[in-house]
Design a protein around this ligand. Structure first.
Ligand code: SAM
Length: 217
């Protein structure tokens, strides 16, 4: 199948440890393939949240441990990150986590049922060169498909450590169905890429929005 989106990620396969490789053999036990699968699974939970591009999964793991009555769906294409998350699911007995091991846009594009109470995207790949900006995940078309799967009053939480990308994100989120809210997570622990940005002298920009009613949804 030809992907209808330009890849927004840098690579699927990097260095994989033996432990991650072993964990990846168990991916079928924890993966989901469709929005309809998520709908039926989420009936057993109070709410359902999606993290796109979970990387090393530190944020997802912490959230899943602290909120056992929430179903967490993590989407990631990077195999070593997926292997790490499977290892953590088993070691920490995280029964409330499922993985979509592919481009999140393939999942979101499957339907227009509002499912998610929150979508989180922490440090999406910045594609800093001008000629690569078209590969950035956060684009108007992407926000349109994402909004269809987000519930009313559902949260959209994004961070980036790249100023130019932050300017673009701010413009894209200026949408009739989105309203800014005061960030509830000022004190959350940072992720690997947020830490890297700070170490390299960049600021981390946070976008915390909720979906409000508009005529288009
Ligand atoms: C810069 S890393 C950030 C990882 C982590 N969120 C953090 O803050 O440390 C971006 C991650 O997003 C993933 N990614 C990029 N495009 C994606 C997509 N369309 N669907 C799912 N994951 C994606 C990449 O594979 C990569 O692991």
């Amino acid at each position: 199948m030809r992907l209808k989106f330009l890849p927004s990620f840098v690579k699927r396969r990097g260095r994989i440890t033996k432990k991650q490789e072993d964990s990846l053999h168990k991916l079928d036990n924890y993966s989901i393939k469709s929005l309809s699968e998520i709908v039926s699974l989420s009936r057993d939970y109070e709410c359902c949240k999606l993290e796109i591009g979970f990387g090393n999964s530190e944020y997802l793991q912490r959230q899943a441990l602290e909120n056992p009555s929430t179903l967490f769906i993590g989407s990631e294409v990077y195999l070593s990150g997926i292997g790490t998350l499977i290892g953590a699911i088993e070691e920490k007995k995280l029964s409330n986590v499922r993985i979509f091991p592919d481009d999140a846009r393939i999942l979101l594009d499957q339907g227009d049922e509002s499912i998610f109470d929150e979508v989180v995207i922490l440090c999406p790949d910045p594609w800093p060169k001008d000629r690569h900006h078209k590969r950035r995940l956060l684009q108007s078309e992407f926000i349109e498909i994402l909004l269809k799967t987000l519930k009313w009053n559902g949260g959209l939480y994004i961070s980036t450590d790249w100023e130019h990308y932050a300017d673009e994100i701010r413009a894209i989120l200026n949408h009739p169905s989105l309203k800014k809210r005061n960030s509830l997570r000022e004190s959350r622990a940072s992720t690997k890429f947020e830490d890297r940005g700070i170490k390299e002298g960049r600021k981390v920009y946070i976008f915390d929005y909720i979906k409000t009613k508009s005529q288009s949804y």
